[in-house]
Design a protein around this ligand. Sequence first.
Ligand SMILES: [Zn+2]
Length: 325
Amino acid sequence: MKQVLRRVLATGAVLFGLAVPAWAEIPAAGTQVPGFYRLRLGEFEVTALFDGATRIDTKLLHHTSGDELQRLLGRMFVDNPTMQTSVNAYLVNTGDHLALIDTGGGALYGPVLGRIADNLRAAGYAPEQVDTVLLTHIHGDHDGGLIDAAGRAAFPNARVFAPQEDADYWLSPEAEAAAPKDRQRSFQTARATTAPYREAGRWSTFAPGDSPVPGIRAVAAHGHTPGHTAFAVESEGQTLLVWGDIVHAHAVQFHRPGVSIDFDVSQKQAIAARRDIMKRAAEGRVLVAGMHLPFPGIGHVRAEGNGRYAWVPVEFSPLPPRPTP
Ligand SMILES: [Zn+2]
């Protein structure tokens, strides 16, 4: 068949006098492009970094039904029963600080995650330049990238800031002992991923309202974990709200914010936080970024009535030229 095609193409090239190259066997590249996406926010430059994609079983979603999931996932062309779920982090260059918000899963999840350091380099930075790591919460897919495969600090010059309530919970032997058996691994990874920073005296905690870096303010969004935090990144009157794990299943939870996920430490509080943040983001037309929204995970929330919302991703855009000082 290929030979017939070749002959037809060759004849065509001769007939029309075109300089068509011979039909070549072209090997597929087989790899994805580097995962980073940039935008300008006032004086700041924000770079979304792709850590990889994991799959979440729809069985882990609560307060919904099989029929509803089939309908909501189907209309968004999302796989069922396991949904592809992106893991993202956000690098903020304020001019004075290079702050990384979350670090992806590092080596904790095998080859599906762990691309933050590579994508950070592809984006033109080095891990050594990161002076601040801000954690939305202490879960392996957010703090796993704090350490390399050998357990050393992946960001050797960074101070790490975690929400106080999360540090109190995930680093507490008492909370670990009281947690269900299948959750105890999370406490062990929390200790391991944060250890090099705590031991080196480069570990701090923050409370809602604090700005660990000027221009990046902690906004309480508790529920998914006790201290789960969004960060309002603000420069020159522009805001990007990096909302962490407010959404895990974009095809489901914008339309039905009352659907929660098994990983939520408090289902009730997580649902309330999602409703509150979505309402504020939609009303204020706030640009948001989410760690589990399809990469780059940046866009707007549109109100659809009756407490329902829709996700409107950003368009791939050129960067505006820098204003001359
Ligand atoms: Zn997460």
